[in-house]
Design a protein around this ligand. Structure first.
Ligand SMILES: Nc1nc2c(ncn2[C@@H]2O[C@H](COP(=O)(O)OP(=O)(O)OP(=O)(O)O)[C@@H](O)[C@H]2O)c(=O)[nH]1
Ligand SMILES: [Mg+2]
Length: 305
């Protein structure tokens, strides 16, 4: 059976169990393999599979119904919105997210669930880069991932694979997070909120395969959304270092006009490039403003903790 109500009627208490949540949008080629790869039980807990569909027009729904997994129909748009819309209605306490394109190793579920049950981690993330099948990720996406990792690393946030779609956590802890309105970039906001709430994040390298079917990811549009989410993340998590780097950049830009007008003043007695005075003053004032903005943000955020 596949409706929400029948699921809760048939299974009276499933909080002590594991939910594998699969967001799908036209995944007829990968969904069955994904579902079949998921074990029926881990750590003696039953595993329930929930598909949240974003309006597939291919055979995805037909296949999920045939395999008998609970299928929700999203009323919003985007993978992140799909998860946020239904996660509160999913009964099991342990949640595992996995994509429906058969890129992740469903049969490794134990590795994601075990550390949560043993309280060794609040979130377990399967990282993709170490055991990636050749051709599973485009060079452009690899480069994007490297940029994001480097930006975060510069600010002391060591996350190997922030964008992995295969991860586990407790539902009760997830519901405490302020995730707001996310469309696709749920992984970034989830990571950011998890760090802000001081979750223990455990990253484990697991295989990552070439997707079946067509990607829903638009590298430019989604790359931009992810970058925006990263900037939001840095403002929230590292306000002083983040705004100080803008200050330093502005101070560096001010060196040339400042040096020019100072040189003219001392060597020729008057300043020929008057606009440079305005530019130098503007850049220096902005640099100071950004620095204090970061400090104020830090004070504001620490008073909210
Ligand atoms: N419910 C729902 N699922 C979505 C939506 N968009 C994408 N998905 C699913 O989210 C999962 C991840 O999407 P992908 O297109 O594989 O994105 P990706 O894994 O980052 O990109 P690839 O590298 O191409 O695999 C897949 O199972 C998609 O079917 C949506 O709007 N709603
Ligand atoms: Mg994928």
């Amino acid at each position: 059976m596949t409706s929400k109500s029948s699921q809760s009627l048939n299974i009276p208490k499933i909080t002590d169990s594991v939910a594998v949540v699969i967001p799908t949008l036209n995944e007829e080629q990968g969904i069955e393999v994904t579902i079949n790869s998921i074990p029926k039980e881990v750590s003696n807990l039953p595993v329930f599979i929930y598909v949240i569909d974003g309006g597939s027009t291919d055979k995805t729904i037909e296949i999920t119904k045939k395999t008998g997994v609970t299928t929700f129909h999203q009323t919003t748009r985007g993978k992140g919105a799909a998860i946020l819309e239904f996660i509160g209605q999913i009964e099991p306490e342990i949640i595992v997210l996995i994509d429906g394109d058969s890129t992740y190793e469903g049969k490794e579920l134990q590795k994601l669930v075990g550390p949560i049950l043993e309280e060794k981690a609040d979130m377990v993330v399967s990282t993709r880069f170490e055991k990636m099948e050749s051709g599973a990720m485009s060079s452009f996406n690899k480069f994007g991932n490297w940029i994001f990792r480097t930006i975060l690393g510069t600010y002391g946030i060591k996350i190997e694979d922030m964008l992995s779609g295969y991860r586990s956590f407790r539902k009760s802890k997830f519901l405490e997070l302020a995730l707001g309105n996310v469309s696709f970039e749920i992984e970034t906001y989830l990571t950011s909120e998890a760090i802000r709430h001081r979750w223990k994040i455990l990253e484990i390298p697991l295989p990552y395969y070439k997707r079946k079917g067509k990607t829903k990811l638009n590298p430019i549009r989604d790359g931009w959304l992810i970058l925006r989410a990263i900037v939001t993340m840095l403002i929230r998590l590292k306000p002083v270092p983040f705004f100080s780097s803008i200050s330093i950049l502005l101070l560096l830009l001010s060196i040339y006009p400042t040096a020019l007008v100072t040189y003219e003043k001392f060597v020729f007695g008057e300043i020929e490039h008057q606009p440079s005075v305005v530019l130098a003053a503007f850049l220096i004032i902005m640099a100071v403003q950004f620095f204090f903005f970061g400090v104020m943000m830090h004070l504001q955020l620490s008073s909210m903790d």
